[in-house]
Design a protein around this ligand. Structure first.
Ligand code: HMG
Length: 388
């Protein structure tokens, strides 16, 4: 019996800022963003959406197909939690109508935790193959204005059904991990934006890739040449390109620059126009590969490098299942991305600065999102979600 990803769907906000607009305001060349970091647009969350509504929007098509009875567990990966105690997934559980026998838990380790959720989900399914685990990863990436991180903001959520004999990607049991206590990126509880040592974070990312790959190589029979494609954590697209060059050099792979680029290029299409979605980003990269891959991927091995600042990293592998292309949500993803609305710089600032009320009074949120689920109000310190 194999275990892995049976279905995958993502959601992002209907608002985006073109990084050309940001570059114009900053009076720098837009090529720094379009070429230098490989990003074109960044999604901005509407005032009435958060990680809960984005996650429910991402998961809805999956639940519509399989129903709720077989879902034993909902795992919610995020670093944009809305409460220190209550798991954001409990709201999603109600919005999706999951059964009261379905357990819910929230996981955190920067951008890495969705991968921990998937590995735990695979273990649960191996014990109870008739059950399905819903893994959702949902985040809003926020940095201070006028910092080098600003252009790498974004938001998005991805939902994955982990099952026995999956229809998309079988996940191998062998993994390579690397953990080190470092301060490259963090967000203390009292801050809404992350603090980052940008250059250092890219160095630690590459070091973790080397270490996680070495750990993987000790337990897996797979070599670099066995993989047709690689999905990397995507803080910005150029990071994946740099990481992949680094890994191919470490493996002394005799590939041309074009061949190296081809192994990651199709994972980047969505990220370039969404931006960093932290926990969701590598898996939105997988959707991009499956939906935009230039060749049939059936039977191909894909390598995954998941990185969460702080830091925990993991390299693991999977095999694309024949017939995968019939189980995708390509059209609805493309339609969602095409229907997005571009915002001006002032509108971007309004979205960025929208206050999260803290006084315990009743605050209705302006109706803004095009999503099916919205945060309608915050009242008495309680978040009130509605299905539109
Ligand atoms: P910066 O320092 O402003 O950028 O921000 P730069 O000066 O290094 O320029 C970037 C690239 O653009 C360079 O290319 C320039 O040469 C090029 P490179 O040398 O790297 O090949 N460039 C141009 N190219 C074409 N035309 C031009 C032009 N001008 C410059 N005119 C930095 C870069 C990464 C520091 C910043 O974006 C940042 O702080 N980002 C946030 C941190 C981050 O994303 N780190 C990534 C690794 S950590 C991670 O992935 C975890 C994370 O997702 C969080 C989590 O785990 O929860 C962040």
């Amino acid at each position: 019996m194999s275990v892995g990803i049976d279905e995958i769907s993502f959601y992002t906000s209907n608002y985006f800022l073109d990084l050309r607009t940001l570059a114009e305001v900053q009076q720098i060349e837009s090529e720094k963003y379009y070429q230098g970091i490989g990003q074109e647009k960044m999604s901005m969350a509407a005032p009435d959406e958060d990680v809960v509504t984005m996650a429910a929007n991402a998961a809805r098509p999956l639940i519509e197909r399989v129903g709720t009875d077989s879902i034993s567990t909902l795992m919610f990966a995020t670093e944009t939690g809305v409460d220190q105690s209550k798991a954001a997934g409990v709201y999603v559980h109600r919005l999706l109508g999951l059964t009261s026998n379905c357990r819910v838990v929230e996981l955190k380790q920067a951008c890495y935790s969705a991968t921990a959720a998937i590995q735990m989900a695979c273990a649960l399914v191996a014990r109870q193959p008739e059950k399905k685990v819903l893994v959702v990863a949902s985040d809003i990436a926020r940095y201070d204005l006028d910092t080098s991180g600003e252009a790498t903001q974004g938001c998005g959520a991805v939902a994955m059904l982990i099952t026995a004999n999956p229809r998309l990607v079988e996940i191998d049991a062998e993994v390579g991990n690397y953990t080190e206590d470092v301060m490259d990126f963090w967000r203390p509880n009292y801050r809404s934006t992350a603090i980052v040592d940008g250059k250092y974070s890219t160095k630690i990312y590459l070091k973790s890739l080397k270490k996680a790959w070495e750990s993987f190589s000790e337990v897996s029979a797979l070599a670099f040449d066995d993989f047709s494609h690689f999905c990397y954590h995507l803080p910005f697209s150029r990071m994946a390109e740099k990481a992949h060059k680094h890994l191919s050099k470490l493996n002394k792979a005799g590939l041309s620059l074009e061949q190296i680029e081809n192994q990651v290029e199709d994972t980047l299409h969505y990220n370039r126009i969404i931006g960093n979605s932290y926990t969701a980003s590598m898996y939105i990269g997988l959707v991009s590969l499956l939906e935009n891959g230039k060749k049939d991927l059936a039977g191909n091995k894909v390598g995954f490098f998941s990185y969460g600042s702080g830091c925990v990293a993991e390299f693991f592998s999977g095999t694309v299942v024949p017939g995968y292309e019939k189980c995708l949500h390509t059209l609805s993803h493309r339609n969602m991305l095409e229907a997005r609305q571009e915002v001006s710089y002032d509108e971007y600032l309004n979205l960025y600065r929208h206050p999260d009320p803290r006084d315990g009074e009743h605050h209705d949120m302006p109706t803004s999102t095009q999503g099916r689920y919205r945060l309608a109000a915050i009242s008495g310190h309680k978040r009130e979600y509605v299905i539109c």
